[in-house]
Design a protein around this ligand. Structure first.
Ligand SMILES: [Zn+2]
Length: 236
């Protein structure tokens, strides 16, 4: 074979294989980037906020008003999912009311102060009142509502945050379908020892569909789910 032709063949095949490799790499990178983005979102959606683990003070939620109650804001991704969920419920004949969404630290502080004042009004000292109130009301920084990813959802027939919520058809619908939209019942019954919060049938938390399905199917709390995940040595 003529040396020039041979060199040309080697050169061309080099380019071709180079291109193929390059294309392969580009595809991988694209997939990788997508995975990293998904992971980033997943990680944010799993933000754990509880009494032992307050929300970082520099957390800035990306808020958007809810369509049903423009005065109530939610994290944009959680809001989109919530709206899809409420629409689906409505299509099946269930009206679900948003009672509360995003609340900032100051608001939470105000709630705590109000509850302390009311307990002191019943004759407790400040310390007694604080210790009593803190069992139910989250200290500032420890309420999930500060993430914008939690919503209190109630039935039109029972617009109160009480255990009676669990007996409404709307709440039963939510329990059955919330995971499909990335929500979990955050404070289930009989899990108080783990969540350190009493049963709250109205409080739903957005964690993303992927995590929500596992959590709801296995009857877990977010704490248990994260604990399991760490022990499986999976990065999330
Ligand atoms: Zn709540």
């Amino acid at each position: 074979m003529n040396i020039r032709i041979l060199l040309a063949v080697v050169f061309l095949s080099g380019i071709l294989s180079g291109r193929l490799n390059l294309q392969g790499l580009l595809t991988d990178y694209r997939e990788l980037n997508q995975k990293v983005e998904e992971l980033g979102e997943r990680k944010r959606f799993l933000t754990l906020v509880n009494r032992q683990h307050p929300l970082s003070e520099d957390y800035v939620p990306n808020l958007t008003p809810t369509a049903q109650r423009p005065d109530i804001q939610m994290d944009a991704a959680a809001c989109e999912a919530l709206e899809k969920m409420l629409e689906a419920a409505l299509e099946e004949g269930y009206t679900i009311i948003i009672a509360s969404g995003y609340r900032d630290r100051e608001y939470q502080e105000g709630l705590l102060d109000e509850d302390i004042a009311s307990a002191m009004g019943r004759g407790m000292t400040y310390e007694e009142a604080y210790r009593y109130v803190i069992q139910e009301t989250m200290p500032p920084g420890c309420s999930e509502h500060e993430t914008g990813m939690a919503a209190d959802l109630v039935s039109p027939s029972n617009q109160v945050l009480n255990e009676g919520q669990a007996d409404t058809p709307e709440n039963r619908w939510l329990l059955e379908h919330c995971a499909e939209y990335g929500f979990i019942l955050r404070y289930p019954k009989d899990k108080e020892a783990i969540t350190m919060v009493s049963y709250e049938p109205w409080h739903f938390r957005y964690v993303g569909v992927w995590a929500a399905e596992e959590i709801m199917e296995q009857n877990l709390t977010l704490e248990e789910y994260i604990y399991q995940m760490v022990n499986r040595e999976e990065s999330y």
